[in-house]
Design a protein around this ligand. Structure first.
Ligand code: URA
Length: 441
């Protein structure tokens, strides 16, 4: 076995299979600070280029999951559930689906990430709520899960610390786009989080890391397999990410939209994807045997206000100011605001999700360097979806930017992302494919 990161990078680049011991060593040594960022970035790039076998991916995942504590949720008297998204633009599904599942009887304990590449991160979004803490200790995570039934927190140092470090490095070095690295990153967090039932939202399209359905299906199957190898009940839903989900991309602006959906309004696509994920969580957790009944229960929890109550209870338990949820942009103000569009009349033919993600990033919502803090107020509001008509003088989007310079950059990104034409586009399905939990594919 080789304990030299440079030689392991060379071997990986040549397409050789690394052993379980070697992968455990890479994970352990990087987590302990014995491998520096430059050498690790080269190894990650070799993995991006050469890929990994199923066995390698399992050993990498297992090593990352066990790089810290694995939560023991056996003392919780409700079925435990967790969800994860492979990332997208405007994807605020966690903020809706998890309180819905909790309101329907599941105990949801979820560790989320920050924005990665052009995609937004749930932790950045939640931290736009004034006072809300996401850095919870393992004891607090489990305590809140027991008391409130819902906790969404950042990866603590104690849980899957290897992923915490690798995720930030991948974001800063352009080494995100790898099936093995995405699968091991997500599943290591899920395994360490301890929940029995897991539903994975695998996004597909221009704004996702997986651009086509075959790639997304392969990623979904790989993650389901990793979860099942770890003894969990896992399902996956492939969702469309060619245009952003809903009408908001950013931080506060997405929380605002999620709360609107929890109040029974908001964009239909956010509601549909969120209720679908929540319903599969209820099936995976054994709370419902049939998807349709689970979906009806999920919808009822929104319509009755029960899901919003759970969300507010979570915000308060994590120190957040729940009254901010009543204020536009949660009380934040973007220094620079401008409309995009209005020169042309026609039909919105394309709103490219990746382009809108770049626009939100340019506006200041994300990170350009490891360790940067995103601006809570920055982002993009979309006033139209693909297929909608626009008249001359009507804007298609509003940019909320952290500075004048960033505003210009974001508007330029939207120039490339949005097109108006005479003919409406042919939209594909929002729910592209499903791998039901429990192995009954
Ligand atoms: N989400 C994660 O948690 N990790 C990835 O690598 C990509 C999306």
């Amino acid at each position: 076995m080789t304990r030299d990161i440079r030689r392991l990078s060379e071997r990986k680049r040549r397409g050789e299979e690394l052993s379980a011991e070697e992968l455990r060593w890479v994970v352990g040594a990087y987590t302990a600070g014995e491998i520096d960022d430059a050498a690790m970035a080269a190894w990650l790039m070799a993995v991006c280029c050469a890929g990994m076998t199923g066995e390698e991916t399992w050993h990498l995942t297992d090593a990352m999951a066990h790089s810290g504590q694995v939560l023991d949720l056996s003392g919780i008297d409700r079925p435990t559930a967790d969800k994860h998204s492979t990332g997208g633009v405007g994807d605020k599904v966690t903020l809706v689906a998890t309180p819905v599942a909790a309101a329907c009887g599941a105990c949801v304990l979820k560790m989320s990430g920050r924005g990665l590449g052009h995609t937004g991160g749930t932790i950045d979004k939640l931290e736009a709520i004034p006072g809300l803490r996401t850095d919870l200790s393992p004891e607090r995570l489990v305590g809140q899960a027991r008391e409130v039934g819902l906790v969404v927190a950042a990866q603590s140092r104690e849980l899957a610390p290897a992923d915490g470090r690798m995720y930030a490095l991948r974001d800063a070095t352009g080494t995100v786009d790898s099936r093995a690295l995405i699968a091991s990153s997500i599943m290591s967090k899920k395994i360490a989080g301890g929940a029995e039932a897991i539903v994975l939202e695998v996004t597909v399209g221009s704004g996702a890391f997986m651009r086509d359905v075959e790639e997304a299906r392969a990623l979904a199957r790989l993650m389901v397999e990793l979860g099942r190898r770890a003894g969990r009940t896992v399902g996956a839903v492939l969702t469309d990410m060619n245009q952003p989900l809903g009408g908001a991309a950013g931080n506060a602006v997405e929380v605002e939209e999620a709360v609107t959906v929890l109040r029974g309004g908001g964009p239909a696509d956010v509601r549909e994807v969120s209720l679908t994920i929540a319903a599969w969580l209820l099936v995976a957790a054994g709370l419902h045997s049939k998807f349709d009944a689970a979906l009806a229960a999920a919808a009822e929890s929104v319509d009755s206000g029960a899901a919003l109550e759970v969300f507010v209870a979570m915000v308060e338990a994590q120190g957040g100011d729940a009254s901010s949820l009543e204020r536009p942009l949660l009380g934040h103000q973007a220094p620079e605001v401008a409309e995009w569009g209005g020169e042309e009349a026609g039909v919105v033919a394309r709103i490219d999700a990746r382009g809108v993600g770049y626009a939100a990033l340019a506006a200041g919502a994300g990170r350009r360097r490891k360790g940067d803090r995103g601006d809570p107020a920055a982002g993009v509001r979309l006033l139209r979806k693909e297929g909608d008509e626009v008249r001359r003088g009507e804007p298609v989007a509003i940019v909320l930017a952290a500075s004048q310079e960033r505003l210009g950059e974001a508007l330029a990104e939207l120039d490339a992302a949005i097109s108006i034409s005479e003919r409406p586009p042919m939209p594909g399905p929002l729910i592209v494919e499903t791998i039901p939990p429990g192995g009954s594919e």
